[in-house]
Write a protein that binds this ligand. Structure first.
Ligand code: FCB
Length: 460
């Protein structure tokens, strides 16, 4: 295949999230989060796995940063665990919690790696969960207070701040279909959570702006929603509905001034949207500097009376929409591999919501890696050629978007390390670095060596 060069200053890096890698769940005053509770609830997470130990990154961060440097990463996206900073979600700040991120940021900067902070990657303090979590408007206000505390400690060294990771998952998987913490199944709660998450973003972004943060953004997992039959009017209507519930419900208030009418009407079938108060939309629509995009696979839908719909993850699609089963070669998550979806998605956002630079904050794949004896680095390596192919295809797709004029600033692979894959526990491996959970030994897979080359050449 042809050689491709990425723009100068294209930001190459990797991403992780606190609960998925840190472990040290009780160290230094960390309070419990809704994921500690959820993972201990029988039947919720594969084999009852928890984040108690995970990759023990909390104690091994220095070695992990050294590994990042060895791979040539220019940026590292991590999340801050709110329950380390405020064990109860409100009230006094726990300095030991901030100390950890302080050390981590210094270690990154020492190696010339740009820290990209995510303030919320799903580990809500349980004390706030007890008060309704994101269905409670106060959570949004507490989030801004927490964001301010983190910025006060790290803001002198961290330029890039993202408020939320994938609020679609927090709202619809947390409160709609219950696959994620806190495990509720209530469409009204899910839609209420959508708004309070966006409000939390707006309040935190305003606070960060006032405190002098340089680059402020949010990470979404917008869906590339496609019709089963491009010629079918019914399928086009299904696309419109699903696009509204997944994409426009976030993108419009963030980047186009307010919620779309058709979506509000749909939501009104489940809950009176009185939770949207005067001034909220204006706050949420305040300009951001960067939009983070997480992309894994496209979504194909058909408009069919009696269709099974998307369950609680897409309330109101039951009886009208069929979500097509994924086809073709699949990843270990059962996800479709369709790089063109990334190009389409980036172009669509650039067209419909012009003017915001984008960063791919996650893209990657789980495969059933088998550590071998004669791996790429001599011993115990993993020849993950399927992952290399996935990443190669998606980087070409990202490059195509840039060629078509999309302002794409960088690419962060998900993930640096194998880690706790939420409801799937440790059985799904997304890392470019293999983790042996018994010994905590890290072994770069072939994909890590390949990625190292890509970075050093700034291209493929
Ligand atoms: C995303 C999450 C991330 C990881 C990947 C596979 O939805 O943001 O934490 O689990 O999926």
């Amino acid at each position: 295949m042809s050689n491709l060069r990425f723009p100068e200053n294209f930001l190459w890096g990797a991403a992780t999230a606190a609960y998925q890698i840190e472990g040290a769940a009780r160290d230094d005053g960390r309070g419990p989060s809704i994921w500690d509770t959820f993972s201990r609830t029988p039947g919720k997470v594969h084999q009852g796995h928890t984040g108690d130990v995970a990759c023990d990154h909390y104690h091994r961060y220095a070695d992990d940063v050294a590994l990042m440097a060895e791979l040539g990463l220019r940026a590292y996206r991590f999340s801050v665990a709110w329950p380390r900073i405020q064990p109860d979600g409100t009230g006094p700040v726990n300095p030991c919690g901030l100390d950890f991120y302080d050390r981590l940021v210094d270690a990154l900067l020492d190696r010339g790696i740009d820290p990209i902070v995510t303030l919320y990657h799903w580990d809500l303090p349980q004390a706030l969960g007890d008060r309704g979590g994101w269905t409670n408007r106060e959570t949004a206000e507490h989030f801004a207070t927490y964001a301010t505390a983190v910025h006060a400690r790290l803001g002198d060294r961290v330029d890039t701040w993202t408020t939320l990771n994938e609020p679609w998952c927090s709202a619809y998987l947390g409160y709609g279909n219950g696959v994620h913490a806190p495990g509720e199944q209530d469409p009204a709660a899910a839609f209420t959570a959508v708004h309070h998450l966006l409000l939390g973003h707006g309040l935190a972004a305003r606070a960060l702006r006032a405190a002098g943060a340089e680059t402020i953004g949010i990470t979404l997992n917008p869906a590339d929603v496609r019709p089963a039959d491009p010629a079918s009017a019914a399928d086009a209507a299904a696309v419109r509905l699903v696009d509204g519930l997944h994409n426009r419900i976030f993108l419009d208030p963030l980047l186009a001034g307010g919620y779309p009418e058709d979506v509000l009407e749909h939501v009104g079938g489940f809950v009176e949207p009185a939770f949207v108060r005067d001034g909220d939309e204006k706050l949420i629509a305040a300009p951001i500097d960067l939009l983070g995009i997480n992309y894994y696979q496209p979504t194909y839908v058909a408009g069919r009376p009696g269709g099974a719909g998307g369950g609680g993850a897409y309330p109101g699609t039951e009886g009208a929409v069929e979500f097509l089963p994924p086809v073709g070669p699949l990843t270990d998550m059962g996800w479709m591999i369709e790089p063109a979806g990334l190009t389409r998605l980036l172009e669509r956002i650039a067209t419909d919501y012009p003017g915001v630079p984008m960063l791919i904050t996650e893209n990657g794949a789980a495969f059933p890696d088998k550590p071998g004896v004669d791996g790429p680095d001599g011993a115990g390596g993993v020849m993950d050629t399927d992952r290399i192919a996935y990443l190669d295809g998606h980087l070409r797709a990202a490059h195509e978007a840039i060629a078509r004029g999309v302002d794409l600033r960088g690419y962060l692979v998900w993930s640096l390390l194998d880690n706790f894959e939420w409801a799937e526990g440790y059985r799904k491996r997304f890392g470019i670095v293999h983790v042996d959970y018994l010994t905590q030994r890290r072994t770069p897979k072939a994909s890590a060596r390949w990625y190292q080359e890509v970075i050093s050449r700034n291209g493929l």
